[in-house]
Structures are given as C-alpha cells and as structure tokens.
Design a protein around this ligand. Structure first.
Ligand code: SMO
Length: 783
C-alpha cells in the first residue's frame, strides 16, 4: 500500500458526532412542523379486551382537534396486514390493523387516533374520548414453563413455533457421560430504549398522489415497500426518508401500528401528520425482545470433552408476530447457534414459542445470539467445575477446529474461518487471567466474592438474502453504493446503508477517499432516503461496513477506472502511469489534472476527448457475499465482577473483548460499537426488564423503573482484535455492530455464578437483580 494511502485502518471520530453534540442534529421530530397535524393515540389499557362501544363526539369538539378516528375510518385507506413466514407455514400471526378493530391484544395497542393542531391539544382531547372495553382473559406465560404446572395443551391455540434441531443421539450421549450438568434459565423481556423515540412525519400530496414519509427507522426501503403495499401506491410514488436517527438497535426495524396509523391519517386527510412516541409509549408499544426460558443438560467425559447437549427452549412472543420479519428470531437463533463454537457430537434442541397478550417481540441487538451463548457458556462452566477443570481450559479443550473450507456446522451455521483459540489466548493475556484467578482465591478467604466469566461467540453478520428471501419477506439484503464525480469535481456517495450513530457513513467515506486520493471530508455522503439513494437493506444484522463498505470500495474502484480512462489522453500518458493524489490524477514528469478539470471536461467539453465522448462519471455497485449466506465472525469476552453476599449487588470490575471482525476500516468506530454493545449486554444482565403483572400490565414503563446501565455502572472495557479478512470481498470486513451484546450476557452470567460458587448458589434469572441473587444465596428459589 503506498505511503499516502492509509485511510483504511485509521481511527477517526464519527463525522456526525460534533454536529449532534452541538445540537445540530436533524431528527424526524425536528422537522419544521408548520402546517402539520399531530396525532395522539388512545391505547388499550387492557392486555386483552373486546371493544364494545366508543363515544368520541366530545373529543371531536375539543379545541384544536381536526378529527378523531377509529379502525373503521382508516379501513378506507389501509387494510389489515399479517406476518407470514413461508418456511414456517404454521406460524400465523393474528391480522393486525393500524387501529385495533374489535379486539385489543396488548396493553398499549392503539385504538383511537386524535388529530389536532398540536400534540398537547390531541392529548387533551384524548381525555374526552371514551371507549367501552369488555375484559377478556389475557394469556400471559408463567415465569417457569418447565414446571409441571404448565400445560402445553392448554396453550396450543397460542402456539407460534415448535422447531427441533437434532443430530446424533444426545440422550444416549448424556446417559453415557461421566458428568451431566443441568441448568434452568430465564431471560427477561427487554426493549431497546433508544434515546430518540420512534417518529413519523408523513405527507400525502393529493395532486400528485405522492406519499413522503420521514421516519426514524433503520430500513427505509423496507418501509417504502410496506407503505406502497398498504396504500396501493406504486413504489415510485412513495419516498421514505430517515434523517438523523438517535439510536435504533433493532427496535426501529419493524412496521408498528401507530406509525402506520400516522401515515394512514396523512393519506386519508391530505394533511401532513406527525407522530413521535413519548417515553411511556415507547415502553408500552415499541418492539420488545428476548423473553425466554430454557432448560439445558450438558454431558462431558471425565476429561471435560463435550459428549452431548440438550436444550429445551421456550419463548414468550407478543400478541402478534411483528411485521414484516416475524417474532421467532430469538428462538430460532438461540437453538441454532448455541453449539456453534464448540465440538458438540450429539445435540437435541427444541424451541417452542407462544403468542401472549404483551407487546410484540422483535429484533434487539444480536437477536437470539446473546441467549444462545449465555446458555452454552454457563453449561461449560458447570461442566468444568464437575471435572475440576479451569473454565478457560474447558473451552480450549472443546473448541471446534477452524474449517478447512467454508461450510456449515451440524446446525447449519456456515463458517468461513474460526479464530476462537487465538482470541482466547489474546484475551487471557490481556486481562492477566492467572493473576485475577490468584486474586480471586485470596479474596474468597476474606469473604469477598469475585468472579470471572468467559464467553466465546460465533456471530452471523452481514446477513444476505437467504434469511428473508425464502420466507417471502420482502426486505432487500444487498447494499448498494452509487458514487458520482459531480461536474464541479466533488464526490457524492449515495449509499443504501443507514447510520443511527454508528459512524458507518464516515467509514464508507474513508474507503472512497483512500481509493480516490482525497480527504474523507471531501466525500459527500447521502443516505437514508429512498428517493436519493440506490436500494438496499439499511442497517440490520451488522451489515454496514461488511456489505455497504464493499459496495463503496467497488464503486470507488469502478469510478477510478473511468477517471483514469478520461485523464490518460488529456495528460497524454498511459493509464497505468496515473496515480490518485490530492483530488486529482498525477502522471509522469509532474503532469497533473484535477477532478474538477476532468469532470468539467466530461460534462461541458467532451469534444476534447478521443471520440468526443466519455463514460458517465457515476458508478453503481451492489454487494452480497457471493458464496456464503452471511459473514460469520467470532470473539471471546470476559467479565470480572464482585457480588456482595449481604446485599446481592453486583459490581462490574472489568471487561475485556477480543473480536475478529475481519478487516477494520476505522478502529475507533469498531471499538465504540463493541463497547456500546457490551454496555447493553451488562444492562441486560444486571438491570433491564420489561416487567408485566400476571394480567398483562406493564409495571415499569418509565426510565425511573426500567433501569438502564449508566456510565457510573460501567467498568473500562478493553477491546482488542484479531483480523481475519473474509475472502468473500475485496475489503475483507465482516460485521461488528452487535458483537459486544452477543457475548456480554454470557460473560456476565458466568462471572456472577463464578462469584457465587463458594456460596453454593447460582443465578438463573436475568436480570440478576439483588433480589434474585439473595433468594438464590438463601435457597428461597428452586433450581
Ligand atoms: S437486532 Mo439488528 O438491528 O439485526
């Protein structure tokens, strides 16, 4: 690589950081609202009820109100929708509507919409709207599905998934094992808690029939498709724009009824309509995730080698399978990925899931992967204890060998490479594992309970079309870049990738800049607008750099070729003699032509070129991994904690991550992604849970009651890398956005139980609240 081409691999702060910190962000709710009507929703206070009657005249007459709407009104412009997944024909969601029709199925489901000149007026009028509900029995899964009291037959009508993965003979393997360990797990329901609430600002121009929706979302092209379908418009008349988005984490990957209602109101009334979820609405009606229980049994031989693994997995979905991707991702990924990093000769897993009267479950950072590795790693720790082995040695003994050629594991996880051993070695050295173990032993003698937890993960990143394509779910999976040299000599990069604060767009600019010899700031990035960028997935499954970065690299190389072809005759030298530097091309003997001169010649004086013509200075490239369904990554994480036996409080003392995400474009951004993900994993482990009462009422819908991790709770998070570039792309980058979250829960689970081991206790419910820790220490809760 020439000395002046070092941008790929160079740390640089996020391009948007300064602007957003200075308050210059432009989020959906910041758009000038002049002339817009504001919507507020009457949401069901019941988890399950029938709507008997409505009395809305008083609300209609309230000051500032322009209209009050129910399902009947919206039916004129928008029919119901229903999540169906072609490969799971028995997974059928109840049909959903923008406003509930006869039945409400979760607390927070929108029932009535009030449109007014201000949000305040709309909310005041809501007080005057009256809906008569008849309470129906809510279906709420019990906290212990594997107790004898749970009757699957009674839950049959609610069943949403029953999927088994098995190979070998796990029962026989366990029967013949030297040690069999068993553990029961409960994973708390969570939600993404992005700083910016979901927001929609929709306008429908009756003269042109064009629908323009600004929306805080990860996947604008998905929403364009959905709005076109629901409102019967050709795609070309629907434009979806995601301006600055203040956090998403999977939570803004769905189509939720309040958002669709806001758009439907714009279509119905011809008014511009604005909706921004407040914090209570966010807790009630955002996508939730993760709620699951599991029982696992692991059998090992006397030397600690895994013989067999059984997992019974159960997930509590919400009232609907979330549109359009469905709500089964947590369950399917949990049982597919649990044995991904290790040699597991015999495996039997069954995942069941049930609909229940709670908010729908969707994607949240890493989907089911954090659950998979929490189960696997906790089982490994228990088996290590049974064999008298050190947990690190236990893992080393059982790691799957790196594949010689890319191919699927027994459960169909396609691996291209595997560097778990190298990651583990680097991690143990970095954290001074031996030193921490010695310290742990010494402190135990003083009644101080510290624990170390290791988790190895294999993660699916840069997921391609094989995930949703066969399900007949219409979401684009490729990422595309259109790179133009404008007539003024500036570069415009239009990408299908979206950026919710990760800094991906700055990384793409680095790639283009390095290829074309300019500063990253000289590349104008355009993203998040179906009307201005080529089509692609957006942001999900850690795809921005792996797929979008490669598309940008290919577009930049393509454009470079065209620029050489134009410049060579103008500089009267062969193309090979040209090099890119400082916004132009340099030839032998000091000859130089700037991008501006090239662009002006092509645009305005093409007669100066051979043949009097030139190629367009615009190149579009799409990318999906050609041979693999995704780019699997791996890494190892470690948590160091102290649990106070008197109070049950857990303090995180240290955290380390070694990750292999292939080629790194901007280390500062990559480390930031991992740290942010780890923080969310620690939040899951210790604090976060959407708590519902037995009758389906959310009991902690505020930031006072739903505790999120704070800076003061967090240790320093040390991040290191092994770089194994993927051979699927020229760039070699794989995904990293979810890596921290994917492994952090397992590391915390193992660390807390390692700390509790001398007390003969172990946690089994996440989050590990002080109450849970104490009840386990004092034997108040069964295994
Ligand atoms: S949970 Mo992610 O946005 O695939």
């Amino acid at each position: 690589m020439p000395a002046d081409r070092t941008l790929i691999g160079a740390s640089a702060p996020r391009a948007s950081a300064r602007r957003t910190v200075e308050g210059l962000g432009r989020y959906t709710d910041d758009l000038d609202a002049a002339g817009a009507a504001h919507v507020a929703f009457l949401r069901s206070p019941h988890a399950h009820a029938r709507i008997l009657a409505t009395e809305l005249d008083e609300a209609r007459a309230a000051p500032g109100v322009t209209g009050v709407y129910t399902a009947q009104h919206l039916a004129a412009v928008c029919g119901p929708w229903q999540t169906r997944l072609a490969a799971l024909p028995r997974h059928v969601s109840p049909p959903q509507q923008a406003l509930a029709g006869e039945i409400v199925r979760y607390q927070g489901e929108p029932v009535v919409a009030v449109l007014a000149e201000s949000r305040r007026a709309a909310e005041s009028a809501l007080e005057l709207a009256w809906v008569e509900f008849e309470d129906l029995d809510p279906a709420i899964l019990p906290p212990d599905i594997f107790e004898p009291g749970f009757d699957p037959a009674a839950w049959e009508p609610q069943q949403a998934l029953d999927r088994s993965i098995a190979y070998g003979d796990a029962a026989a393997a366990l029967a013949g094992a030297a040690h069999v360990v068993r553990h029961r797990f409960s994973f708390g329901r969570q939600t993404a808690v992005s700083l910016e609430g979901r927001a929609v600002d929709a306008g429908f121009d009756r003269r042109t029939g064009r629908l323009t929706v600004h929306q805080s979302h990860q996947a604008p092209f998905q929403m364009q498709q959905i709005y076109a379908d629901l409102f019967g418009l050709p795609l070309g008349r629907v434009q979806v724009i995601a301006p600055d988005v203040g956090g998403a984490f999977g939570g803004k990957l769905h189509a939720l009824p309040d958002e669709i209602a806001a758009v439907a109101l714009a279509v119905l009334t011809g008014r511009r309509v604005k909706f921004t979820a407040d914090r209570l609405e966010s807790f009630l009606a955002d996508a939730h995730a993760r709620e699951a229980q599991a029982e696992a049994r692991l059998g090992v031989d006397a030397e600690g080698r895994i013989l067999g693994l059984e997992i019974e997995f159960a997930a509590g979905l919400g009232a609907y399978s979330i549109y359009p991707r469905g709500s089964v991702g947590d369950a399917l990924q949990a049982i597919q990925l649990a044995p991904a990093a290790y040699r597991v000769p015999h495996y039997a897993a069954r995942a069941r899931a049930w609909f229940q009267n709670k908010a729908p479950v969707g994607a949240y950072r890493g989907v089911g992967q954090p659950i998979a590795f929490a189960i696997m790693e906790q089982m490994l720790d228990m088996a290590a204890a049974a064999c008298g082995l050190d947990p690190a040695e236990m893992r080393r003994r059982n790691y799957r060998a790196a594949p010689e050629t890319p191919g699927p594991t027994e459960t169909g996880v396609v691996l291209e490479s595997l560097t778990t051993r190298a990651c583990l070695d680097m991690l143990l050295a970095e954290m001074d594992y031996a030193g921490l173990r010695a310290e742990q032993a010494a402190l135990r003698a003083e009644g101080v309970y510290r624990g170390i937890g290791l988790t190895t993960f294999v993660e699916l990143t840069g997921v391609g079309a094989q995930l949703y394509g066969p399900q007949q779910v219409r979401v684009a999976a490729q990422e595309t870049c259109r790179l133009s040299l404008e007539p003024d000599g500036s570069l415009t990069c239009r990408t299908s990738v979206t950026d919710q604060g990760q800094g991906t767009l700055g990384g793409l600019a680095q790639i283009v800049a390095e290829t074309l010899g300019v500063a990253p700031e000289a590349v104008e990035m355009i993203a998040g607008d179906t009307g201005a960028t080529p089509v692609g997935g957006g942001a999900w499954a850690s795809r921005g750099m792996a797929l979008g970065g490669e598309a940008a690299l290919r577009a930049a190389r393509g454009l470079a070729g065209r620029l050489r072809a134009v410049a060579a005759p103008l500089l009267q030298c062969p193309e090979e003699a040209l090099r890119f530097a400082q916004g132009g091309l340099e030839g032998p003997g000091g000859a130089r032509i700037s991008f501006r001169e090239i662009a002006e010649t092509v645009a305005f004086r093409p007669y100066l070129l051979p043949g009097g013509t030139a190629p367009a200075l615009e190149v579009t490239e799409s990318f999906l991994p050609p041979d693999l369904p995704y780019l699997a990554t791996n890494g190892v994480l470690a948590a160091h904690v102290e649990v106070e036996a008197e109070t049950g409080l857990t303090r995180v003392l240290g955290f380390w991550a070694v990750d292999d995400c292939g080629r790194i474009v901007n280390p500062m951004l990559v480390d930031g992604q991992i740290r942010g993900g780890v923080v969310q994993g620690i939040g899951a482990a210790l604090f976060e849970e959407c708590r519902y009462s037995a009758d389906g009422q959310l009991t902690n819908g505020s930031l006072v009651d739903y505790r999120v991790p704070m800076a003061a709770d967090m240790p320093d998070i040390v991040v290191r890398h092994i770089e194994t570039p993927t051979r699927q792309s020229l760039l070699g980058a794989k995904g990293v956005g979810e890596a921290g979250t994917v492994g952090a829960l397992g590391a915390m689970w193992c660390a807390v139980n390692d700390a509790l081991a001398p007390l003969g206790a172990s946690v089994r419910r996440q989050p590990f609240t002080p109450e849970h820790v104490l009840s386990r220490i004092h034997g108040l809760e069964e295994d």
